[in-house]
Design a protein around this ligand. Structure first.
Ligand SMILES: Nc1ncnc2c1ncn2[C@@H]1O[C@H](COP(=O)(O)OP(=O)(O)OP(=O)(O)O)[C@@H](O)[C@H]1O
Ligand SMILES: [Mg+2]
Length: 297
């Protein structure tokens, strides 16, 4: 197995470093590089999962392409030679960057995260148990944890610069972005989710929920960030789906199960994952890529 790429040092100004991706600033463009870092319970683990970044990047590439008739998006290219022709300083990093990089148009972020839920889980399930609603949306009584919702629901949240994003009501989201933009975000988000959900379902993966980000370039609103990856969505193996409890994560279950055996308080620094957990998880990521796209990485 090749080594995991945990970080990299490119001769470009850093725009942002997330838990998984390094983002570089190229003026009116950004270069996203997905490393092999993995987080669990919001903490980055000490070691990474070889090729995970490639899987994540290529899954986004796949969905951006599949949904480009629903919405324009920020992708310029994910082809490494095209990226190098735009930014020749990256020539000597070709092997490191190949398959894990995406050159995009820099947009002005629209300050709500567009969460779509097709199943009731996570913070949605917590809200529902307490209030019978998710955000301000009434949900029928009597649902069990992880049940499928009749229709996917749009439950926006704030984009927090640090810490946890906070669910907000549709009215609050509308106040933040205006009624027209709100309507567009909601319609596009539902349409992208439904397309992806149906595609994944036909291949045995449930996309329980997901988060989209949109940005503005001039008057145009485009889909940006990562799309429908296991990091921005809940992916469940359909074969093992059973409502009434939390579901197994398609990609991170081995990691989570291992972490539960430790005496670790889920605060940084994250522990080192043993080799067999790393190998099994790497295999899961390759599998999810193959299932969704029909191609080997
Ligand atoms: N085309 C774009 N133009 C401008 N900003 C973008 C574009 N696409 C994504 N972004 C922003 O780039 C940032 C990417 O950060 P990233 O997702 O790596 O880290 P994070 O969101 O801070 O943390 P996490 O690792 O938990 O996701 C986000 O703030 C996102 O809104
Ligand atoms: Mg992010």
């Amino acid at each position: 197995m090749c080594r995991a790429l945990l970080d990299l040092d490119l001769p470009l100004p850093l725009f942002r470093q997330g838990k998984v991706r390094n983002v570089y600033d190229l003026g009116d463009k950004l270069l996203f590089v997905a490393t092999d870092r993995i987080s669990a319970f919001d903490v980055i683990m000490a070691n990474g999962i070889p090729e995970k970044g490639k899987v994540l990047n290529m899954i986004s590439v796949f969905w951006f392409d599949l949904t480009k008739n629903i919405t324009p998006n920020h992708v310029i290219t994910s082809d490494i030679d095209e990226i190098i022709s735009v930014e020749p300083r990256l020539f000597e990093y070709r092997d490191i960057l190949d398959a894990r990089s995406m050159l995009v148009k820099k947009a002005e972020p629209i300050p709500v995260e567009c969460i779509i839920r097709g199943y009731i889980s996570g913070s949605g399930w917590k809200d529902y148990k307490k209030t019978g609603k998710v955000c301000d949306i009434d949900i029928p009584e009597g649902l069990k944890e992880s049940d499928k919702l009749g229709e996917p629901i749009f439950t926006p949240s704030t984009k927090a610069d640090s810490g946890h994003d906070e669910n907000i009501s549709q009215q609050e989201a509308m106040d933040r972005v205006g009624a027209d933009v709100f309507k567009l975000l909601k319609e596009k988000s539902v349409a992208i989710y439904e397309t992806a959900r149906d595609h994944a379902a036909s291949r045995g993966i449930i996309i329980a929920d997901t988060k989209f980000e949109f940005g503005k370039i001039g008057d145009e609103i485009i889909l940006m960030d990562e799309v429908l990856t296991p990091d921005s969505s809940r992916f469940w193996p359909a074969a093992e789906y059973a409502a009434g409890e939390p579901q197994k994560s398609f990609d991170k279950q081995f990691v989570r199960d291992y972490l539960e055996t430790l005496d670790w308080d889920k605060t940084p620094p994250g522990p080192e994952l043993p080799l067999d957990i790393v190998q099994k998880t790497a295999e899961k990521y390759r599998e999810v890529y193959k299932i969704l796209t029909g191609k080997e990485l």
